[in-house]
Write a new protein. Structure first.
Length: 235
């Protein structure tokens, strides 16, 4: 048997390979951090869907990310539900931490739904029963009958068979009341207050992002390097 041994001093090759990999580290890190941020974004959006009764996807889409780059190795998951047109602030901030909510954009009151409204609209409040529409109804006019049964023009219009109007309460606040157009008993549908205490909700954004980082960082790091090797290390 003839044995031919092949030996080589590979230190230079190993050193060159390591140097080559080092050049790709910033790209791998940026890719990893961005991918983890995207994972966290989706998790927070799931929290939003589970925690709130949403009319549309606006709130969900308000959970955004800023991607990392090789020159700025920091990805950011953030909320952006501010209304630039009205000046209303990012309302998800208060959902995360709790706090006081006050009227904005020149408004005097915050409309708080009551159990009477929730009984009529247990899910997402339809447009016709939102405060702006009901306040508009109080200034409208409709044809009804007076006490003598005669047709008369009155200073409210009917929404779902009900007349709505603003009335002062004994505690100094106001409320939007509603009553059947054919009845006399009225109930408050919205309380009009000058501030509201918001409790922490199920958003849990900070805790969720931290959990996703722990769970997904190593996996996304491996995926990033696989992509780099699949494309081939480049000088």
């Amino acid at each position: 048997m003839v044995d031919v041994c092949i030996g080589v001093d590979a230190s230079d090759l190993i050193r060159a390979r390591r140097e080559l990999e080092k050049r790709h580290v910033p790209f791998a890190l940026a890719s990893t951090l961005t991918a983890v941020a995207q994972d966290a974004q989706q998790a927070v959006r799931r929290n939003v869907r589970a925690s709130f009764k949403l009319r549309n996807t606006w709130t969900e889409q308000g959970v955004k990310i800023k991607a990392a780059t090789p020159s700025n190795l920091q990805a950011v998951v953030y909320t952006d539900t501010a209304n630039r047109a009205t000046g209303a602030p990012d309302y998800l901030v208060k959902q995360e931490d709790g706090g006081e909510r006050v009227p904005v954009n020149g408004r005097q009151h915050i409309a708080v739904p009551t159990r009477y409204l929730r009984a009529m609209a247990p899910g997402v409040i339809p447009a016709e029963l939102r405060p702006r529409n009901l306040l508009g109804a109080t200034g409208g006019r409709y044809a009804g009958r007076n006490r003598k049964g005669q047709i008369a023009i009155k200073n409210q219009r009917i929404v779902r068979g009900m007349v709505f109007f603003v009335q002062d309460l004994k505690n100094g606040h106001k409320a939007i009341f509603g009553r059947l157009a054919t009845g006399r008993d009225a109930a408050p549908f919205y309380l009009l207050v000058d501030e509201v205490r918001i409790k922490k909700s199920g958003l849990q954004m900070v805790a969720t992002v931290q959990r996703i980082v722990r769970e997904r960082l190593e996996r996304q790091w491996d995926i990033a390097w696989k992509r780099i090797y699949d494309r081939g290390l480049k000088l």
